[in-house]
Write a protein that binds this ligand. Structure first.
Ligand code: ADP
Length: 477
């Protein structure tokens, strides 16, 4: 099994154990060395203190050749510290001047092996470790060697016991701490298992269910909240798609039923040529409406998928509006509604946008205004050219929109007056497409209306756009 395929808890524990092992090994070595050094420095300090006393005695006694008195004086002192007072003094020829009782069994050479340096060193003599300082004293033209030492077996024994305990205790602590670390990490990560279990249970049919959020204020709480927020978005998108599919099929069913009934009626018996022509004309009109509806539905679906790419170009808004008004004029005339375009006569208003989509948006607004305005009413189009934006208003003196309908008229498939709207061929998606077009141009589409008085639809468009990426636009500074 590879390391990276292990569970997080196991991986964390392995790292934890490795670092603890390194820490314990380093800590153990440091503690051992520290203890040894402090033993050495204590022993060396005591040896040096003693050495200075001995040196003073040697100087005092040997200056006057009192070798015997020197021995007695040193013996007296040595009795006080028989364990640590290993002392011997010899002369240049290797003759003994003094040997303490305790140093004799070691049979140290009368001449120090190394040139005396006053440096303390450890030597093992007859299986016993000793700490030794050797020093030379010159007196009356003679050279004397003083060697002073202390037995270290007691100290080293304690050190060895300390090391033995470390070697047993540290692995034990390591095992206990590793087990504790593993348990802690499993415990800390157990909500992750709960989260993934809950996430596994979520499928397209129960997208409204959510993951339980642990109120721990940590990463796991944030993770579950983020997942829930994502689920919320997926759920909303899914509901939108389901609703769209249901609404779209519902809208398509009505014209198809009408066409089917008309065709079946016509086929029931032999008809005259005029009757056939009439039926075909009716079918044709219904087909035109249906294909417009399918067109709109496809536009909405592509817009939802983010696939409707805008073809940006420099265009004269006034010219565009003029063309749209002339397309809507026959309908207005047919309905007895007067259509006025208050456009600047000579001035062009240059903006960046998709002429096809913007044409579709304005035609929709003018078409609606004409459709929902009774005969002898009027519809006018106004353009306000501002510094960085332009505002187009489509004003009518029509039936207006009730306050309760106002918040919904930009919703898909929403019709304020169902029967009337259907009669005039509307499926309730014109305004939602219109708003999408305005927003895709980083602009807006809004309405002010009073029931029975009339409505004004405002389109505000920025003049300069920059395409940041396909489908995404930013405003030009
Ligand atoms: P439709 O295709 O049904 O006209 P729209 O999306 O274009 O759908 O409009 C949605 C609803 O908003 C319409 O059913 C209608 O009730 C209302 N509406 C739109 N424009 C006007 C207007 N100028 N005057 C009054 N009501 C309007």
């Amino acid at each position: 099994m590879r390391f990276h395929s292990l569970q997080i808890g196991t991986k964390l524990t392995a790292w934890y154990m490795l670092f603890m092992l390194i820490g314990f090994a380093a800590g153990g070595c440091l503690a051992f060395l520290n203890m040894r050094n402090s033993i050495h420095s204590t022993v060396d300090g005591q040896l040096r203190e003693r050495l200075s006393v001995v040196r003073e005695t040697v100087n005092r006694r040997l200056r006057t050749a009192q070798v015997k008195e020197l021995g007695e004086e040193l013996d007296e002192d040595s009795e006080l510290r028989p364990e640590s007072d290993l002392l011997q003094i010899s002369d240049q020829e290797g003759r003994w001047i003094y040997q303490s009782r305790t140093i004799k069994p070691f049979q140290l050479s009368a001449r120090p092996a190394k040139t005396p340096t006053s440096e303390a060193r450890t030597e093992v003599v007859k299986d016993t470790p000793i700490r030794l300082i050797a020093e030379t004293v010159s007196l009356n033209g003679e050279v004397y060697y003083i060697q002073i030492a202390a037995r270290m077996d007691g100290f080293y024994g304690a050190l060895t016991r300390f090391r033995g305990r470390l070697l047993v205790l540290l692995p034990l602590i390591l095992v206990v701490a590793t087990a504790g670390g593993y348990w802690t990490s499993r415990r800390a990560l157990s909500p992750v298992d709960a989260i993934s279990l809950a996430a596994q249970k979520i499928n397209p049919r129960n997208l409204s269910s959510r993951i339980a959020v642990p109120h721990t204020g940590d990463e796991l709480q944030r993770l579950s909240e983020t997942l829930n927020a994502m689920l919320g978005r997926v759920d909303a998108a899914m509901q939108k798609i389901t609703q769209f599919t249901a609404d779209a099929s519902h809208e398509l069913r009505t014209p198809i039923t009408i066409m089917r009934t008309r065709a079946e009626l016509a086929l029931r018996r032999l008809r005259t040529e005029r009757e056939y022509r009439e039926t075909i004309e009716q079918l044709h009109a219904e087909l035109v409406r249906t294909s417009q509806l399918v067109d709109n539905l496809m536009l909405l679906a592509r817009a939802d998928a983010g696939a409707e790419l805008i073809q940006l170009e420099e265009l004269d808004l006034v010219d565009l509006l003029r063309r749209v008004v002339s397309r809507a004029a026959p309908l207005a005339e047919e309905r007895g509604v007067s259509l006025r375009a208050n456009l600047p006569e000579r001035n062009a208003v240059w903006i960046e946008g998709d002429s096809q989509l913007l044409g579709r948006l304005f035609l929709q607004l003018i078409d609606n205004a004409v459709k929902y305005t009774p005969a002898s009413g009027y519809v006018s189009i106004e353009v306000a050219d501002m510094d960085k934006t332009t505002r187009v208003a489509v004003v009518d003196t029509g039936i207006g929109i009730a306050e309760t309908d106002l918040p919904h008229i930009f919703d898909r498939f929403y019709r304020a007056d169902k029967t009337r709207s259907r009669e005039s061929g509307g499926a309730g998606i014109g305004l939602s497409i219109g708003r999408w077009i305005a927003e895709a141009h980083l602009g807006s589409l809004n309405v002010e209306s009073r029931s029975g008085v009339g409505s004004t639809f405002f389109v505000i468009l920025p003049k300069k756009l920059v395409r940041a990426s396909p489908g995404a636009m930013t405003l030009k500074a």
